[in-house]
Design a protein around this ligand. Structure first.
Ligand code: SF4
Length: 419
């Protein structure tokens, strides 16, 4: 569930070890891994060593989590410095957010660094790792940007059976140690309320796991029944706070107000809510994005789910320019400054735009969680909202990031409790 920072062991005495934290040293308990020796590398949470980590993997993790040191603040634009100072004292105004979204080079790097410091101050170096299973690519809608739109006859459609879904979750949770799984599909009425409830109950019987649903605009009764069946959260983007842009994405009758009505009843049902916008929609302005930031902040979403627009073949937007990775990073940073300790995952669309550095850059700009795709291989290639390029290795993350313990489940439970 979490990946945390590694450290080298400098001294060992009884069940305690002194570790190297760069400028300082720290004493931690090694009760959980008593065979630790001087020179070993360990992953630790608070004051407890959790597991050993190979030296080369420790270096890779350290590189990934490295804090980017900013240059002398005296060399930064005074207006930039003033806005950053303001962000520590109050919520930012639209015009200030727009200024940050437009900053470049030195100021942009300084913005990332400020957000990284904010993440460290509020949530330390814990990176939650979640899994996503895309169980159906059928959809009754025709969103202009999405390869799953019903008018696209060029893709092969699939549906996973309930037993296949239960088994895939079982393998992820009881085999690999995932604690939170997102079950995602197009808007597919084949999975009726009853079928979805049955799916959730069967999963819960077999696996101790937090379930998030990403199944589109279903009615209140369906979401109510799913909540009662044990679903913890929903992933439901509002996509754009600008009604005209929203209309451009949904020519066939979806309505932005309806989107927010759904978010409202989801909150009333005490779902943990992941929501956000799409960055780089054709025609979107900086002012639109600043409004998206304010919308995410004012709705106090529990998790921010936003990502760049990536054009997909066989859609009305196939020849449009993709969103910019830097703009996505700036959005992450500003939301980290505004929302402090909220979860901000690195999304696949960002990694698709920048498969080499996307994940690392997003983490260093304030993101703090990852979503790995666990859809069985035979289906994954057909789930194309856009043409994906999966980034980097998941080996190191899965090896060290998924603690198969009750403590890690408990930590997540504390974070997902909605008052
Ligand atoms: S974005 Fe979602 S609702 Fe829209 S077409 Fe794609 S899968 Fe369907």
């Amino acid at each position: 569930m979490c990946l945390t920072i590694p450290a080298k062991v400098l001294e060992v005495k009884d069940d305690k070890a002194v570790i190297d934290q760069g400028d300082t040293r720290k004493t931690i308990s090694i009760k959980a891994i008593p065979d630790v020796k001087v020179g070993d590398w360990v992953l630790y949470m608070s004051d407890i060593a959790v597991q050993k980590v190979a030296k080369e993997d420790a270096k890779e993790i350290l590189e990934l989590l490295k804090h980017v040191i900013i240059t002398n603040p005296d060399t930064l634009e005074p207006r930039f410095v003033e806005i950053i100072r303001n962000s520590k004292e109050r919520q930012l105004q639209q015009e200030e957010i727009e200024y940050l979204l437009e900053c470049k080079e030195r100021e942009m790097q300084a913005l990332f660094s400020e957000a990284d410091m904010m993440r460290r101050a509020n949530i330390n170096d814990f990176f939650c790792i979640h899994g996503i299973i895309e169980f159906s690519n059928h959809c009754v809608n025709d969103c202009s940007y999405c390869g799953l739109r019903k008018e696209n006859t060029a893709i092969k459609r699939y549906r996973m059976s309930i037993d296949e879904i239960v088994e895939t979750v079982d393998e992820a949770v009881n085999g690999k140690g995932y604690k939170l799984i997102v079950l995602q599909s197009g808007d597919d009425p084949y999975y009726t309320k009853e079928k979805l409830v049955e799916m959730v109950k069967k999963i819960k019987e077999k696996s101790k796991v937090f379930i998030f649903m990403s199944i589109g605009q279903r009615d209140y009764e369906t979401y109510k029944a799913l909540r009662e069946a044990g679903v913890n959260g929903v992933l439901f983007r509002f996509e754009s706070s600008n009604p005209d842009l929203f209309k451009k994405l949904h020519k066939n009758g979806k309505d932005l107000n309806m989107r927010f009505e759904h978010l409202k009843f989801m909150k009333e049902l005490k779902y943990f809510i992941a929501s956000g916008s799409i960055i780089g929609i054709p025609g979107q302005t900086t002012a639109d994005l600043a409004k998206d930031v304010i919308t995410m902040r004012d709705n106090k979403f529990d998790m921010i789910s936003m990502g760049p627009f990536v054009p997909c073949a066989n859609t009305p937007f196939e020849n449009e320019k993709p969103g910019e990775a830097d703009m996505n990073l700036k959005m992450i940073s500003i939301l980290r400054l505004e929302l402090k300790d909220t979860k901000i995952p690195v999304v696949t669309s960002l990694e698709t735009l920048d498969p080499v550095e996307g994940r690392k850059n997003a983490i260093q700009a304030g993101a703090n969680s990852l979503m790995f795709n666990l859809t069985p291989e035979k289906y994954a290639e057909h789930y194309e909202i856009y043409k994906r390029k999966e980034a980097l290795n998941t080996r190191m993350w899965e090896k060290y990031g998924l603690y198969n313990t009750d403590e890690s489940y408990k930590m997540l439970e504390d974070k997902l409790t909605i008052d």
